[in-house]
Each structure stands twice: as structure tokens, then as C-alpha cells.
Ligand binder design. Structure first.
Ligand code: KG4
Ligand code: ZN
Length: 333
């Protein structure tokens, strides 16, 4: 079974073809980062219009790259949410219409389920059950995963997502969009001079909060001389605080579930220092850690094709409606 995967929830147009037995056949991505950088963040209307321009050419390219014809595709998976409504509608309407034209099923995929299952595309995928830490621009979730579709939310961010905190902090420090990778680069030049707070680690529970840390960082920055070195030191202190906070919560989640496998996915999982902290922690816990390859940490079509394929194999598919849900809690799956 060949599944075409379509991702358009935010600022990347991602397309992939996954085969149930052969694995990933092809994947391609068009990033809108350059277009949005002029505005310092994602402009939703521009995002939707660009998905319209890029999606069909990427689908055509994916088919020709893999030597497949339209008739070879057995199902279409598309990101139905959460995400930007206009952007989601481009993918949903395109996927639904193509599936109708080709007479094949379409399946709506939850974007965070895509991230969660992305490590399954690697050579040594984790087996179930595992704990998943999903850290992206819009979400920070700790999920107990018993199998495909068997998700129990253990904790989430009560305010800013981890990626959002990186992006907003980067903006404060005068770095461009997207801020996460830029802040991480700057942090390499610095050393934490002050220990920043590790929010919500001094009380039980698995929820997160990054908004106070962001304000702490801003106050620290405002009180500083704003030299390049001070900026780098502040970036390093902020990043270290996020890394340690995530590591403390993941350790708790592993201990609480008794699981020995941790999956870390979503854009922020590309961060080297966060990986180092989590790797150290799982080693001490005698557990294993799994990441997607770097290009599948951030948004992509491959994870959507994979998740959709698993759901189609389980006999699920969508009706004829164009299904898009900008807010879609993962525990409703
Ligand atoms: O998963 P993703 O591509 O999109 C969403 O689903 O939101 O994640 C994007 C987020 C952005 O906030 C970006 O700044 C952050 O991931 N990010 C990073 C790094 N690479 C991407 N944050 C910290 N360090 C990085 N190396
Ligand atoms: Zn994402």
C-alpha cells in the first residue's frame, strides 16, 4: 500500500510517499521560512497562499521522483490539525479532492501524532510502550504511548510551548525568525552566569510552564549591558534551564510509568543541548532514547504519510468532508 502524505499545518509544505512494507519511498519539503522572516514570524494568510502555490508541484515531483503513477497511490494522509486554519484547509481540501478523484480513501492525521511516530521511520525504531516528549512551536506534551492511537496525556504546557518560548526569547534578544535554532547557535558562544528558574520542577506533576522563564530572561536582559557576550550568556542560561526542566519532567514520567523508552520529537528536539541533557538522564535511568533524524524533527510529510498509513492499515478513513481542526487535543484521538 502506497500512502501519499501531505503536511501544511504551518510554514512548511511537506509531501511524502510511504509504502506499508518498503518504508519511506520519497519525501520533499518546501520551507516558507525566508518569506516569513521579513515579518519576524509566520503570517497565516501568506502561509496559506504559499501552500496553494507549492503543494501540487511537490505532489507531482514526489510521484515522478519515485517513478509512480497516480493510480499506484492507495491512500492519502493529510494533517487535519492542530495548526493554522487556512494552511490546514489547503492540505485537507487538496488531499480530499485528489482522493475522491482517484477513488481512494483519505485519512486525517493529527499533527502531533505525526511527530510522535516520526522515530518509527528510523532504522531502529522504538517498540511500544514508551513515553513521548513532544516539543514543537505550538505544543509541549508528555504522552504515555501504548501503541498507535493509544495515547494518554501525562502533562502539557500551561502557557507557552517550548518552541514558542525559544522563538519569543530569541526575538527579545534581537535574533530573527525562526528563533529556536538562532538562539541555540548564540548559546554556544555563552556560559550561564546566573541559574535561571526550572519552572514547576519544585512541585509534583508533569505539566510545564515556560512563560515565567521567558519573562525572567527578559528582565535579566534588560538589566544587562546588552553586549554580545552578555546576550550569549543569557541565551545559554535560558537554553540550559529549558533543557534541565525537560529532563526532570521526562525522568518523572519514566519513573511514574515504569517505562524504559523515551521518544523525543518535534522541532525543539533538534536542539543539541536538550539532547545531551535527556541522553544523560536516560543513561542514569537505564532507559533508551529515540529521536527522529534531524530533518524529521521539524515539520515534514514523511511523518504524516507514516501515521496515515498505520491508520489506513487499521481500517480507518475519513468521509467525504474536508476535515480541518485548528485546535485538536491529542487525548481526543
Ligand atoms: O515541530 P515544528 O517544526 O513545528 C511545529 O509543529 O510547531 O517546531 C518548530 C519549533 C520552532 O519553535 C523552532 O524555533 C523550534 O522548533 N526549533 C528549535 C530548534 N530547531 C527548531 N528550538 C531550539 N533549538 C533548535 N535547534
Ligand atoms: Zn510540528
Amino acid at each position: 500500500m502506497y500512502v501519499l502524505g501531505i503536511e501544511t499545518s504551518c510554514d512548511e509544505t511537506g509531501v511524502a510517499i510511504y509504502h506499508a512494507k518498503q518504508g519511506l519511498i520519497t519525501h520533499s519539503l518546501y520551507s516558507q521560512v525566508e518569506m516569513h522572516s521579513e515579518y519576524g514570524g509566520v503570517v497565516p494568510e501568506l502561509a496559506s497562499r504559499d501552500h496553494i502555490r507549492k503543494l501540487i508541484p511537490l505532489i507531482k515531483q514526489s510521484l515522478s521522483d519515485s517513478g509512480l503513477k497516480n493510480a499506484d497511490i492507495n491512500g492519502i494522509a493529510y494533517t487535519a490539525g492542530p495548526g493554522l486554519m487556512g494552511a490546514l484547509l489547503v492540505g485537507a481540501a487538496t488531499a480530499r479532492s485528489l482522493a475522491w478523484t482517484w477513488g481512494i480513501p483519505a485519512i486525517a492525521v493529527h499533527h502531533m501524532e505525526g511527530h510522535l511516530l516520526a522515530p518509527m521511520l528510523e532504522e531502529s525504531p522504538p517498540s511500544f510502550p514508551f513515553v513521548a516528549l513532544l516539543i514543537s512551536g505550538g505544543h509541549t506534551l508528555l504522552v504515555k504511548v501504548d501503541g498507535v492511537g493509544l495515547y494518554h496525556l501525562l502533562g502539557e504546557s500551561l502557557d507557552d510551548a517550548a518552541g514558542e518560548a525559544f522563538d519569543k526569547t530569541a526575538k527579545m534578544l534581537g535574533l530573527g525568525y525562526p528563533g529556536g535554532p538562532k538562539l541555540a547557535k548564540l548559546a554556544e558562544q555563552g556560559k550561564p552566569q546566573v541559574k535561571f528558574p526550572r519552572p514547576m520542577t519544585d512541585r509534583p506533576g508533569l505539566d510545564f510552564s515556560f512563560s515565567g522563564l521567558k519573562t525572567f530572561t527578559l528582565n535579566n536582559f534588560n538589566a544587562s549591558d546588552k553586549t554580545e557576550q552578555n546576550k550569549a550568556d543569557i541565551a545559554a542560561a535560558f537554553q540550559q534551564a529549558v533543557a534541565e526542566t525537560l529532563s526532570i519532567k521526562c525522568k518523572r514520567a519514566l519513573q511514574q510509568t515504569g517505562f524504559k523508552r523515551l521518544v523525543v520529537a518535534g522541532g525543539v528536539s533538534a536542539n543539541t543541548q536538550i539532547r545531551e541533557y535527556l541522553t544523560d538522564m536516560v543513561t542514569k535511568e537505564r532507559a533508551q532514547i529515540y529521536y527522529p533524524r534531524l530533518e524529521f524533527c521539524t515539520d515534514n510529510g514523511a511523518m504524516i504519510a507514516y501515521a496515515g498509513c498505520q491508520r489506513l492499515l487499521a481500517g480507518q478513513h475519513q468521509g467525504l468532508e474536508i476535515f480541518a481542526r485548528p485546535r485538536w487535543p491529542i487525548n481526543e484521538l
